[in-house]
Write a protein that binds this ligand. Structure first.
Ligand SMILES: NC(=O)c1ccc[n+]([C@@H]2O[C@H](COP(=O)([O-])OP(=O)(O)OC[C@H]3O[C@@H](n4cnc5c(N)ncnc54)[C@H](OP(=O)(O)O)[C@@H]3O)[C@@H](O)[C@H]2O)c1
Length: 324
């Protein structure tokens, strides 16, 4: 009996000491695994112009840093220009590239999107890379200035309108690329045509997933329509990344803090965006979905061409635009 008790204590003690030691020894391997794929391309972007939405922080800021490092003129399109200027001056100082500029863009307001596009088109003669990166997640029920549910309005409709307004410049500058930052969360999404604005029922986690599915479907239909133009459109999942995205949820903010070791850093999270924007082997690849710098599995809803077409038409109606 005493021997059995002793052996139990021995096992417990061994586990208490051994497990943390094992974790410590395995830490570099775990980190390498968590970091995921890396963009190996050394492509330069001198003379190229890139717009990145939500590039004042998180994945967008690291994407801007990488494109600036490669010589691109980078437009940080963000709603908080003070935060944008802070990010831009940090990137300019670190990369030595003076061509990092900030422009005001609030994707929750179509007036702001139109003003951004008008000012961009007046000042910039070319556009080679558009990265639709900005996003919101887990927002309490709220609406954009135009009355769209916030996730749908910012994550999908805002970027849909922005792309529409900038598309001619992308075509004129071809070869050009559109990169839509979606999420693995699209697997949980559905396009609820009967209640797009979540007025009948609303779940903030699902609302995010629906909007990320919309990103995938938009990419699919856009790529189809852009065949032959030398403008490509691809979507991606950046991984689980330690950013401010979870700011609207107290529980998720704490979970993100506690498990930060198991999350990608923003730089690691930016790798697939950079890959889609620059990789030579993707020059003519379009309508695809990537994760960790390689093709990834799209949900069956995300491969539904009929839903993609219907979403396109409904989005045009909601925004009052004609996009054939
Ligand atoms: N982090 C992850 O684990 C993860 C996983 C899958 C997908 N993603 C996707 O990655 C993208 C980047 O997210 P992140 O993780 O880098 O999050 P983040 O750090 O919160 O960055 C989001 C960016 O979007 C901007 N934004 C939000 N609402 C906007 C609006 N109305 N107008 C203009 N900009 C607006 C934010 O601006 P402010 O700073 O002014 O708020 C911020 O710059 C998102 O599309 C997200 O869905 C992230």
């Amino acid at each position: 009996m005493a021997a059995a008790a002793m052996s139990c204590w021995g096992v417990a003690l061994g586990a208490a000491v051994g497990f943390p030691l094992l974790l410590l020894a395995a830490a570099p391997c775990i980190r390498r695994f968590v970091a995921g794929g890396r963009c190996e391309s050394a492509a330069r972007l001198d003379g190229k112009v890139a717009v990145i939405t939500g590039a004042n922080t998180g994945i967008g800021k690291e994407t801007a840093r990488e494109l600036a490092r490669r010589g691109a003129r980078v437009i940080i399109a963000c709603r908080d220009t003070a935060k944008g200027e802070a990010a831009a001056s940090e990137i300019r100082a670190e990369t030595g590239n003076p061509q990092v500029v900030v422009k005001k863009l609030d994707l929750a307001d179509t007036k702001s999107i139109r003003e951004f596009a008008a000012s961009f088109l007046a000042e910039e003669k070319e556009l080679h890379i558009l990265i639709n990166n900005a996003g919101v997640m887990l927002c309490p029920y709220s609406k954009t200035a135009d009355g769209f549910e916030m996730h749908l309005g910012v994550n999908h409709l805002g970027h849909f309108l922005l792309t529409f307004l900038l598309l001619e410049r992308l075509k004129q500058s071809a070869p050009a690329r559109i990169v839509n930052v979606s999420s693995l969360g699209h697997h949980g999404g559905r396009i609820r045509f009967h209640d797009l604005n979540g007025e009948k029922s609303y779940n903030r986690g699902l609302a995010y997933c629906h909007s990320k599915l919309a990103n995938v479907l938009f990419t699919r239909e856009l790529a189809r329509r852009l065949q032959g133009t030398k403008v490509t459109a691809n979507a991606l999942h950046p991984g689980s990344v330690n950013t401010e995205l979870v700011r609207h949820s107290f529980a998720m903010t704490w979970l993100w803090r506690i498990f930060s070791f198991f999350l990608k850093t923003p730089w690691e999270g930016a790798q697939t965006s950079v890959y889609c924007a620059v990789a030579e082997e993707l020059e003519s690849v379009t309508g695809q979905y990537f994760s960790d710098c390689r093709p990834a599995y799209v949900s069956s809803w995300g491969r539904d061409d009929e839903t993609a077409k219907k979403l396109w038409n409904v989005s045009c109606e909601l925004l009052g635009i004609q996009w054939d």
